[in-house]
Design a binder for this molecule. Structure first.
Ligand code: HEM
Ligand SMILES: *[C@@H]1O[C@H](CO)[C@@H](O)[C@H](O)[C@H]1NC(C)=O
Ligand SMILES: *[C@@H]1O[C@H](CO)[C@@H](O)[C@H](O)[C@H]1NC(C)=O
Ligand SMILES: CC(=O)N[C@H]1CO[C@H](CO)[C@@H](O)[C@@H]1O
Length: 506
């Protein structure tokens, strides 16, 4: 009879899945036994199938701009490593330097960045920031050599953008949100460095082609966080505005890339005639052209680096001035160090020797890490050094495909690493020989995927701070809001940085 046939087939399928689950279970148990590791302790949740309570709490805290402190509180309540379920996925969260070191360096090969390409691909394509494995290695080899001291030190070009910024600061006691200016400054300098043509958003009138590019890039970028959260669903939801912005960005960059390829072709011919080389300022695009003539690949790498380098540096400057506006003591010490230059514009060398400035930036990146949280996906079942078992002291089991998130923000404020005054902004702490955070200090990440732009960013931020202190003698805060997070891809200041800058007497 037919129905019994279906029943029989159904039972077989069911038995198959049960057997699969059991064999999975046995394999996991064996793996844990062999490696002496245990799973992380789960935090209390209403239910652990979907984990809707946690999702709701996260969305609410994000809206209220207190996600970072909520996450910090969870670590205070449940220890440095725990697991939780959110929207059907069980993930591990840790703030243990040893574990983070293993994820990023010692066990690097066991982890990947996941499907970043799904959310970011339509804007950025395939490049250093969006790829994994062999593709990433290729991108990294292409991009990395171009971040040496020579390029980083092109401060003469950068000075023109600083002048544009000065021109936008009122000199009559007026108020300026300097965070806005920093985002324009780094848009201008990043486009100059990467493309050889600055967007000049600080100085050019609205409506120009380059301004449209800048606005479209900003818009598309602002959608990336949301797109990441959608997971695979991102392919179902169409977002016409996002698509249009990507198109404008691509057309603009393609135009410039085509120009560079034309010039390269002409140069190849010229070289054959009289061996002439173009001796000009450093342009990242021209270096890429030396390695590849594939326009799509060039565009992708340019946009990948653009995304990674632009907001981050602006955010560091914004947090720095949020602090400076409220801490006269720090402003004065910085000013004293800046005045040792006797008004001379800083060079790469003089910047390197400014000790207080260096401590100040270290401290800003500690309390306000620009990438405050991150995560990696396990390629296979693996083990992290600590955080497993009932006491959280055993080696930690990580299942295949499991996400391990880590909170740099929480780690940077841990008294076990920074002492009882961990919450205080205190540049001097970096002079203390007893402070040795190791992997407990991670503003630029670590291991093979460490930020390639670290020197670039620190040089640009240092130069900007010194030049502002040379031009303006005092800073007055124009809002008394306490610091609040603005979390998109990077961490900036929710209420902006409204200040008055008082020109120095000349
Ligand atoms: C204060 C400024 C900056 C901070 C705090 C910062 C931080 C970081 C962090 C935490 C990562 C790791 C992301 C991950 O693997 O998930 C990263 C990667 C990266 N950064 Fe930066 N960054 C800064 C500035 C820059 C600048 C100025 C550039 C380039 C001009 C840059 C280029 C990159 C690139 C290309 C990657 C990807 C590297 C890879 O995956 O191999 N960054 N950065
Ligand atoms: C994110 O995108 C989804 C789907 O397009 C939309 O429903 C949701 O409102 C968006 N959320 C935010 C915060 O933009
Ligand atoms: C887990 O850690 C991340 C850092 O990657 C943090 O942003 C996030 O809020 C934490 N998740 C929860 C549910 O606390
Ligand atoms: C100055 C410098 O390091 N340029 C390099 C940039 O990257 C390209 C591609 O890898 C190299 O060919 C350049 O030599």
């Amino acid at each position: 009879m037919e129905w019994s046939y279906y029943l029989y087939a159904g039972a077989l399928v069911l038995a198959f899945f049960v057997a699969l689950k059991i064999s999975d279970f046995i394999a996991v148990a064996r793996f844990q036994k062999k490696h002496g590791c245990k799973p992380a302790r789960p935090i209390p949740q209403r239910e652990r199938v979907i984990g809707y309570d946690l999702y709701k709490a996260q969305v609410k805290a994000h809206k209220e701009k207190r996600l970072l402190d909520l996450s910090r509180k969870r670590f205070a309540d449940y220890g440095n490593t725990w697991s939780a379920t959110m929207m059907g996925r069980t993930f591990i969260n840790t703030t243990e330097p040893e574990n983070i070191k293993a994820i990023l360096a010692t066990n690097f090969k066991d982890f990947g960045i996941g499907k970043r390409i799904n959310a970011f691909g339509p804007l950025l394509g395939q490049g250093i920031f969006t790829s994994d494995g062999a593709l990433w290695e290729h991108s990294r080899a292409l991009v990395r050599p171009n971040f040496t001291r020579t390029q980083v030190a092109d401060l003469t070009t950068f000075e023109t953008h600083i002048q544009h910024l000065f021109a936008r600061v009122p000199r009559d006691g007026g108020v300026v949100d300097i965070q806005n200016l920093f985002f324009q400054l780094t848009m201008d300098s990043a486009s100059e460095f990467l493309l050889g043509v600055s967007v000049n958003s600080l100085s050019s009138p609205e409506g120009s082609e380059s301004n449209k590019f800048a606005a479209s890039f900003d818009f598309a970028q602002s959608r990336l966080g949301n797109r990441s959260r959608l997971g695979m669903l991102v392919h179902i939801f169409r977002d016409a505005e996002f698509d249009k912005a990507c198109k404008i960005v691509h057309e603009y960059v393609d135009g410039i890339v085509d120009g560079a390829l034309e010039r390269a072709k002409a140069l190849d011919l010229e070289k054959n005639i009289d061996g002439k080389e173009r001796a000009e300022r450093y342009i990242f695009l021209d270096e890429l052209v030396k390695a590849t003539r594939n326009p799509k690949q060039i565009r992708d790498e340019l946009l990948n680096v653009f995304l990674a380098g632009r907001d981050t540096t602006a955010s560091l400057l914004s947090h720095s001035f949020h602090v400076l506006a409220r801490r006269q003591d720090i402003w004065k010490k910085l000013k004293a160090e800046v005045d040792e230059l006797n008004g001379a514009k800083p060079t790469y060398e003089t910047l390197r020797n400014m000790k207080y400035l260096k401590n100040f930036l270290n401290e800003a990146l500690r309390l306000y890490p620009i990438v405050p949280g991150n995560g990696r996906f396990a390629n296979k079942a693996t083990v992290l050094p600590t955080g497993g078992g009932p006491q959280g002291k055993d080696p930690l089991f990580v299942a295949k495909d499991q996400v391990v998130a880590y909170s740099v923000y929480t780690m940077h404020r841990m008294p076990s690493i920074y002492g009882p005054d961990a919450d205080e902004f205190k540049p001097e702490r970096w002079d203390s020989p007893s402070l040795r955070p190791g992997w407990g200090y991670l503003p630029f990440n670590g291991g093979p995927r460490i930020c390639v732009g670290q020197q670039f960013a620190l040089t640009e931020a240092s130069y900007t701070i010194v030049r502002i202190l040379q031009e303006f003698g005092d800073i007055i805060p124009r809002d008394d809001n306490p610091w609040r997070e603005q979390l998109s891809l990077t961490l900036s200041v929710a209420d902006g940085v409204k200040v008055t800058l008082v020109p120095r007497e000349k």
